[in-house]
Design a protein around this ligand. Sequence first.
Ligand code: ARG
Length: 578
Amino acid sequence: MTLRAELERRLSAALERAGAPPGTPAIVQPATRAGFGDYQANGAMGAAKKLGRPPRELAETALAEADLDDLVAHAEIAGPGFINLTLSDACLGGQLAAFSAEVIAPRPVTDASPRVVVDYSSPNLAKEMHVGHLRSTIIGDAMARILEHTGHAVLRQNHVGDWGTQFGMLLAFMAEMSSNEDTLAHELNDLETFYRHAKERFDADPAFAQRARDTVVRLQRGDPVCLKLWEQFIEVSMQHCEAVYARLGVGLERRHVYAESAYNDDLAQVVADLDTAGLLTESDGAQCVFLDEFKGKDDKPLPLIVQKRDGGYLYATTDLAAIRHRCRNLRADRVLYFVDNRQSLHFRLVFAVARAAGFASEQTRLEHMPFGTMLGENGRPFATRSGGVVRLTELLDEAEHRAYALVTEKNPDLAETKRREIARVVGIGAVKYADLSKHRTSDYVFSWDGMLSFDGNTAPYLQYAYTRVQSLFRRAGIAPGTTDTTISLAEPAERTLALRLVQLPETLEIVVRDGLPHLLCSHLFDIAVAFMAFYEQCPVLTAEDPALRDSRMALAQRTGTALETGLDLLGIATVDRM
Ligand code: ARG
């Protein structure tokens, strides 16, 4: 249990003993201002209002009832009935002593752990991955790591788009070329160009277009020749994705791929189940579900179409099948979808229909975790100078390239290989962090200068703070292991840093609840800032008293662990020097 949760538990119980109705929350939060202590409890005021009692009196009675001695050194009632709490040094010290082993150690995952499906990345395989897939891939991966760390059984699902009409065009184009294996292999090397060429052919030649359409039908019927071409194409495209995942340090593997095509055999059953549930309506020859709560313009009912007039199924049908699979076979308690906010309506409809049909029970939480668009410095969706899509591989090349120039400028004497390695960690880290540190739902401007700056809330700043810790230990000539030193918190800078360190699990709890990794970024940034202040104000290696020196080294060691663990949870690596 986190400190905050423990305070919440005890103060809520005390409120009840003071006369508040059972279940009244104490509403404990980190204090909004330094002068208010470390935490404040706001629950007494609402409860007092309901009871018709003076709020300060209720707060005082609750405080008198509460047993907080092992945690709190100082408590007072403030304003209309806030309870301000200041942690004791013994409490902070205890948390710091158990820091690596307990406070930020991963929680064990057992059979009883909540099962969370995380649907992320999920690119369409017809084309190469581009910046549009970056946010889902990075944010989803960070969330999967954080959920795992906090004791959830995480089931990663890469719902790749590997089915649909585009593939008819691509396969027909492949078929034309397959007489020459070398040309084909060469063309497939560059999926973007391959797609463009196929499309040009499709637009220019009606006979080819017809072949493309026939190919889809043959593919869907399971024609072995088509299937073979399709498998070949998918394999190449998956390899492209995996190369990007490897560079990004994203933990998606083949076993996490559960493609759209994997649901093909379930689609007829999904529609049949909807029919049995009395949910199906035919409209213009298409099979639709209308739910009362969904109305479009002019109050017209808004349908979810699940089968077209020609018998074909849709993206939504596959998503219904996916929910069924995730609930029944994967036994999910919670399903998170890291998908563009433009698909919000799609998910609202699909979730509602899935519940109505009983594919998901009331207890299963289905949550669309939408994100905004990555913009260029001109405020428009991020694109190449000529307005084309930016390939992820090119973007990552540029990130490493720029970071290399930066590292070389700062550290010209480091060996070339070392500088390359640092550039990789800093460059990729900067791109990921720039994305993760923005509120998930807002659009953000992609700026090389901003993300590679050593000032402010950036990856390089955090990675640099981490190297400062490492250099302390190098200069002291000792390895940064955990020692059971008593940590002195006499200096305000020491105490501020200590508090931010022990509060890290509380932030993780909120990140898990709301799917907002930028909160972890801000917290790590606060830790780094607190460390830099501590480093400036509190002599470490030059401290006269050996006990004080050990204490400060121990605080630095906790800082290093927190930064390394926190960045790792975001999928960002660290280096010892840069
Ligand atoms: N392939 C889709 C796209 O690129 C995203 C899929 C998201 N996941 C899902 N279950 N619909 O837009």
